[in-house]
Ligand binder design. Structure first.
Ligand code: B12
Ligand code: SF4
Length: 652
């Protein structure tokens, strides 16, 4: 049997990737864990290595002609597209068409997080079957099925395989429930580098993308040990666990629950990386490192044993204690990133983060006390966000700065929430009418919104806030952080050069001002724009840049009364918004498209705020999870096909 597995790049389909090379980032490219997991289960179930080819389109970035030529010559019986993010939709549609024209009889299967939108994928693209949730078992059963039935869709047989979405003969949407998980004893998280190399076809040299020199990465180069002579220079990415113990209402869950990886197997893999790929640094790309404390300690111990420096970029703050942080630090940990999200307990509860804001402050403090780099990951814009909650986030940022002798302007990652299909946030968007529910509407959303970065330029306003307010949340939090910080430190500090800041040697290296808009000065940007005459194609958010660079860090601005300063800033942001609209309105991939939805969305907590203002009896302020709001608003499905669609959208 001829089988092909393909990765799919996440860049918007209108970005021309021809002649581009996979960019060099702070961290290496993640090995295609999904694809190697499917392949490893195939080997265990009797499929031969030479039956499978891997076409790593995400790394090769082939042209349409190259894709066509590849499939015309390989003519597989079955092809599996791994669409890790929903942002791959545009490319899946385009590539599936090319594959179908080259191989009309090939069974085409799609897996990965895009499968949450299977209803759209199946109706709008040439894909035959989608696999939702864990894919190994379903994939091997589909191989067995295709051997017998070819490309035909037989609902009677397929209906017995968990994890599948397909259209029946009448074109109705069928879903057999999420994919079965492999038992822990069969789950392997270590990627097979021989298969990854095979995926690179005639460009094996691209394997270097899976490794990056640690000296160029801020996750590691702040630690003096990163510069020791004799240490192997490269970083490699590793998954130590699969899944998460939580189900935050904005986060798409690719698998149910949390499963810890096998430590002896991980140790063997780490030695392989050290001996074959010059690896001296491991970046753990788990969503949730440390929830199995015993396993996390064993993992840390093997890092020490083999003298690897390590970082984990997805940790929950409620899983750490002063003792565990000490243990990690003593065992070569140099960075831990917690999903902090908000300083408002109401918003944390609405997100179902299931921790208290004090736990966040403690977790970051324990890390920074041990010189473990711990940047703040903040998410604005959930339904229920207001200027008050953004101010609370600012206060949290200042409290962390004060507790850790650092500066509130530094070490932060500020994002705006994007509704991913398969999350309560997305379903809420449909319930309030901002995200459409027809196949065309959802396709439009996947093509034009999802591929944008999680920044306010592409904010999907499910919140109901006026534009002037939502453009202000992230800047407001930073302005408030400075005010609170300067008040508490007696206004002794000026900008980034604070005495408290200097006190923490390690932080002075790590927490360089976040280059939100790159490092170019405003003057240089203007000169470059005049010289290249590229005003129209790439408008710069000058007002935001000015506020970010000049106003937020200024102790002088922090003394101007809020009532004078804030309306001016909001006006500047609004002007900038209208200018950008002028340029961007007609673009297919449009910014600010969902910021002003036609529908009036009622704000969560609005009744409470109104009655306070009008001094009427105050309704309960109890903030509940977004999930319960969504479940309360859900209408009973009108058909089996609709019930299937809702089950898929409800997620894991
Ligand atoms: C790698 C990765 C990326 C890579 C993707 C590279 C690529 N093209 O392959 C990069 C860095 C580009 C990326 C970017 C983003 N990502 Co990302 N990313 C991941 C990450 C960390 C790991 C994926 C992985 O390897 N998992 C481990 C393997 C074993 O699981 P898996 O991939 O899910 O595969 C299993 C099944 O899905 C299935 N399967 C997968 N492929 C196939 C194929 C077939 C044929 C079959 C049958 C089955 C199947 O079987 C596998 C085994 O069980 C996940 C988090 C996570 N831990 O899963 C987030 C995750 C996928 N990313 C997410 C997000 C939010 C993003 C960003 C939007 C972040 C941002 N704010 O900018 C961007 C989107 C960029 C874009 N425009 O698309 C979300 C998904 C949301 C969504 N619906 O897209 C996830 C789930 C994290 C989260 N919970 O929030 N990401
Ligand atoms: S946001 Fe983080 S903690 Fe919440 S479910 Fe997703 S991975 Fe888990």
């Amino acid at each position: 049997m001829k089988i092909v597995l393909c990765s799919v790049p996440g860049e918007p389909v209108h970005f021309d990737l021809t002649n581009k090379v996979r960019g060099l980032g702070n961290l290496p490219v993640l090995p295609k864990f999904g694809i190697t997991a499917l392949a490893q289960w195939m080997w265990k179930n009797g499929y031969k290595r030479d039956e499978l080819d891997f076409y790593d389109m995400d790394m090769l970035l082939p042209s349409d002609d190259e894709i066509r030529a590849y499939f015309q010559s390989s003519k597989p019986d079955i092809v599996g597209l791994s669409a890790v993010t929903s942002g791959t939709y545009g490319r899946v549609k385009k590539y599936a068409r090319i594959i179908r024209s080259a191989c009309p009889d090939t069974m085409m299967v799609l897996g990965g997080n895009l499968a949450a939108s299977a209803n759209i994928v199946l109706k709008k693209t040439d894909v035959d079957i989608c696999v939702a949730g864990d894919g190994e078992i379903a994939w091997v059963k589909l191989l067995d099925y295709t051997k017998k039935h070819g490309r035909t869709i037989d609902p009677g047989v397929l209906g017995d395989i968990k994890g599948l979405a397909f259209l029946n003969a009448a074109g109705e949407f069928s879903f057999t429930g999420f994919g079965e998980k492999l038992p822990a004893s069969d789950m392997s998280l270590v990627p097979d580098y021989d298969l990854l190399k095979k995926g690179l076809q005639d460009q094996p040299e691209l394997l270097k993308n899976y490794f990056r020199p640690a000296r160029e990465s801020h996750w590691f180069n702040h630690d003096p040990r990163a510069h020791e002579s004799g240490r192997k220079p490269n970083i490699a990415m590793l998954m130590v666990n699969k899944g998460c113990v939580a189900r935050c209402t904005f986060c798409q869950r690719p698998t149910k629950g949390f499963r810890a990886g096998n430590v002896p197997e991980l140790e063997e893999h780490v030695l392989y990386l050290k001996n074959n790929h010059d690896v001296g640094f491991i970046s753990v790309s788990d969503e949730n490192f440390g929830s199995d404390k015993k396993q996390a300690f064993e993992f840390a111990a093997i890092m020490k044993k083999h003298d690897m420096l390590w970082a984990a970029t997805g940790v929950r703050c409620d899983t750490v204690t002063p003792e565990s942080i000490k243990f990690y630090a003593d065992n070569n940990c140099v960075a831990l990133k917690f999903g902090i999200e908000s300083g408002s307990q109401d918003i944390l509860d609405l997100m179902e983060k299931k921790f208290k804001r004090e736990q966040v402050i403690n977790a970051v403090k324990w890390c920074r006390d041990r010189k473990i780099f711990s940047p703040l990951a903040i998410l604005f814009g959930m339904p229920g966000e207001t200027e008050e909650t953004a101010k609370e986030t600012g206060k949290l940022m200042a409290e962390i700065a004060l507790a850790t002798h650092s500066h509130p302007a530094e070490g932060k990652d500020l994002m705006y929430a994007i509704p991913f299909p398969g999350t309560p946030l997305y379903e809420y968007g449909q319930q309030v009418g901002v995200i459409g529910s027809t196949v065309d509407d959802e396709e439009d959303y996947l093509e034009n919104v999802f591929t944008a970065p999680s920044y306010k330029l592409s904010y999907v306003n499910l919140n109901g806030a006026p534009v002037s307010e939502l453009l202000f949340w992230d800047l407001l939090a930073q302005l408030e952080a400075m005010r609170y910080y300067l008040k508490e430190t007696g206004r002794r500090n000026n900008g980034a050069q604070t005495s408290a800041y200097a006190a923490h040697e390690v932080e002075s290296i790590i927490f360089k001002p976040t280059p939100v808009f790159g490092n170019e000065s405003i003057r240089d940007i203007i000169i470059r724009k005049i010289k290249t005459r590229k005003w129209k194609t790439s408008f710069y958010p000058f007002a935001s840049l000015f506020i970010q660079r000049k106003i937020i860090p200024s102790p002088l601005a922090a003394r101007v009364p809020r009532i004078l300063l804030y309306p001016i800033i909001k006006l500047l942001l609004l002007l900038e918004y209208y200018v950008i609209l002028l340029y961007k309105r007609r673009e297919a991939f449009s910014y600010y498209r969902f910021i002003s939805p036609k529908q009036k969305v009622k704000r969560i907590g609005e009744d409470y705020r109104r009655s306070i203002l009008s001094k009427k009896p105050v309704p309960s302020k109890k903030v509940i999870s977004l999930r319960s709001i969504v479940m309360e608003n859900r209408k009973p499905p009108a058909s089996l096909s609709e019930a299937n669609r809702i089950e898929l959208l409800t997620g894991l």
